[in-house]
Design a protein around this ligand. Structure first.
Ligand SMILES: NC(=O)c1ccc[n+]([C@@H]2O[C@H](COP(=O)([O-])OP(=O)(O)OC[C@H]3O[C@@H](n4cnc5c(N)ncnc54)[C@H](OP(=O)(O)O)[C@@H]3O)[C@@H](O)[C@H]2O)c1
Length: 294
């Protein structure tokens, strides 16, 4: 299978390409650039906001499937500049979906728990009503809509709280901050499911070979607060000199309203008997081990 990946140099993108290649796919890596200092395999420039760029790269490589991971992922940046959020997350996805639809290409769009408002207080299924609270969530939801409208063979894959060795993530930030701080104040009243990019990448790789197109929730299993995640990360990393203190989200300086509860139930996978994602604690341990070998 020939699979083109957008955002291939991003945190998830790098693990996605590795998982696809390990499964025997021919992978075409595309991105708008590469982060300073990152060492990545050869890739092709493709700016998703530019329809000509998308059409020419896709037609040149003739993929069977596109995994669309590229996005403007700075949540507070999206709040400050909603037009840019829509340009990349909505228009960019529109361009990818239009080309996929026109050329019968399978499309897997990576979406987010931020499409929900967090008021359900029980795990959200793929059939629950969306109601994003932020421009990031709203622009990603707009991407879901154009994907479903323009491309029949589509997967919408919602995930949450990603961490991986190839990007900036919450556990990595905790470990780095602990090097210089004796105390960390961490939000204790927002709950979600931390997800290792390696586990998500493997599940996406399995999904795209299935004809059961549709919407899927894919996270590691279980849930916790940011406070729990910080504590467990430092325990696993062997940090004993930094104290983690709980604080309410209302005291954290951010322009973005976030869902207080955004746990995703993997209902589509459950119904198909395929819900086998590892608990987040196991995934975190795997991440810490990989980090140590980097
Ligand atoms: N991180 C999370 O916790 C989380 C949670 C739920 C869902 N997701 C979704 O998962 C996907 C991957 O997230 P990630 O954390 O791996 O993000 P990431 O590291 O920021 O990767 C996104 C990639 O897309 C690229 N990109 C940005 N604008 C582009 C454009 N106009 N054309 C082509 N590429 C462009 C970025 O390049 P630059 O770095 O140069 O901008 C980056 O390489 C995203 O769709 C995100 O919405 C993430």
């Amino acid at each position: 299978m020939r699979v083109l990946v957008t955002g291939a140099n991003g945190m998830l993108g790098i693990d996605l390409c590795a998982a696809l290649e390990a499964a025997g796919c021919h992978v075409i890596r595309t991105d708008v650039g590469v982060r300073e200092g990152a060492v990545v395999p050869p890739w092709e420039p493709m700016n998703i906001t530019d329809m000509q760029s998308v059409a020419s790269v896709v037609l040149k490589h003739q993929p069977d499937a596109i995994v669309h991971s590229a996005a403007y992922t700075d949540v507070d940046g999206c709040t400050r500049d909603p037009d840019l959020a829509y340009r990349i997350n909505a228009l960019g996805t529109w361009n990818v979906a239009a080309v996929c639809g026109a050329h019968n290409i399978i499309m897997a769009y990576i979406s987010t728990d931020f499409v929900f408002d967090g008021t359900k207080n029980a795990p959200y299924t793929e059939f629950d009503t969306v109601n994003p609270l932020s421009p990031y969530g709203a622009s990603k939801l707009a991407g879901e809509k154009v994907t479903a409208q323009l491309c029949r063979k589509h997967f919408i894959i919602r995930t949450s709280w990603l961490f991986g060795v190839h990007g900036k993530s919450f556990p990595g930030t905790m470990i780095n901050l602990a090097k210089t701080r004796s105390e960390l104040n961490i939000v204790c009243d927002q709950t979600g499911s931390p997800t290792h990019t390696v586990d998500l990448a493997n599940t996406v790789t399995h999904l795209i070979t299935s004809p059961l197109y549709g919407t899927y929730h894919v996270t590691n299993s279980g849930h916790c607060t940011w406070f729990d995640l910080a504590k467990r990360t430092l325990e696993l990393a062997g940090v004993t000199t930094t104290e983690v203190k709980p604080i309410p989200a209302s005291t954290w300086p951010s322009p973005t309203v976030r869902p207080t509860y955004s746990v995703l139930r993997h209902f589509s996978l459950e119904l198909q008997g395929k819900d086998n994602l590892a608990p987040w604690e196991v995934a975190l341990e795997h991440y810490i081990t990989l980090r140590g070998t980097e």
